[in-house]
Design a protein around this ligand. Sequence first.
Ligand SMILES: C[S@@+](CC[C@H](N)C(=O)[O-])C[C@H]1O[C@@H](n2cnc3c(N)ncnc32)[C@H](O)[C@@H]1O
Length: 297
Amino acid sequence: MLHVPVLLEESLDFLLHDLSGTYLDLTFGRGSHSQEILNRMSSDGSLHAVDRDLEAVSYGKDNIKDSRFNIYHANYSEIDSLFTKHQFDGILLDLGTCSTHLDDPIRGFSFQSDGPLDMRMDTSSGIRASEWLNSASEKEISDILYKYGDERASRKIAKAIVQFRSIRSIETTIELTNIIETVLKRTGKIHPATKTFQAIRIHVNNELHHLKIVLSKLHNALKVGGVAVIISFHSLEDRIVKNFFKPVIEELPKDIPINPSIKETYSCIKKKIKPSKNEIKINPRSRSAVMRVFSKL
Ligand SMILES: C[S@@+](CC[C@H](N)C(=O)[O-])C[C@H]1O[C@@H](n2cnc3c(N)ncnc32)[C@H](O)[C@@H]1O
């Protein structure tokens, strides 16, 4: 299944304020946003795209043949050379995973299909979910499940994981799903493994750390008047974005010293945009999306 883009129209309406400008898509995925940016842009515009996933980058190289387009394999928090080489009119961050990650059992993101327990977005670096689960302490596992998955049964699940691995190591997605199901029974629509898989994915990819780093670098990469459009998929991401831009989102009492320089650097164009009822109906995955838009002063 192809990745269905979220808030496509709304994000590009804010991002593309100059059709002959230079743009940066930091989360290329399967390129629906990038493709639409190219469709709307004039012939003298340019688009640079980044993804830490090698398959996403290959997909971009194979499918977008356009002289205005360049794509790079990189982590968006580590692309200072690109940031210093260009000044961008707009930067897009569409956070989280692609549905293509979930759909491919080999990537190990899905608790519904059997595959190696990997979950790395960048398969060329970092440690696999299985390596982490087989070596972390029970407390570390429990803390991660609670912190990144809001999993109330985090302690019980961590205990069951450690018990299992004392007999043999955990190597596959279904082994982990089965371990979780020994502790948590399915109630309602949400599968009991949902929160654990989300937490491990966020941890293995160090997602929140990279988000904090890239936010702190955006202002150097944007032109004056340049726009940053950020789409988050869960409250942990949105909280980081909201806190980073807090001084421009809200009028704060003068004695709160959070990022005081941000107030002189950005203005808030849109506080919070949610997908329409219609979009949620067509693409239920979009229901948790929140978009925020800022412009560099
Ligand atoms: C929600 S998808 C983006 C979908 C895309 N807008 C589209 O239309 O197809 C997020 C993408 O960001 C990538 N990604 C996540 N964290 C990243 C990071 N730190 N650096 C670079 N790419 C990252 C993921 O690999 C994934 O392909």
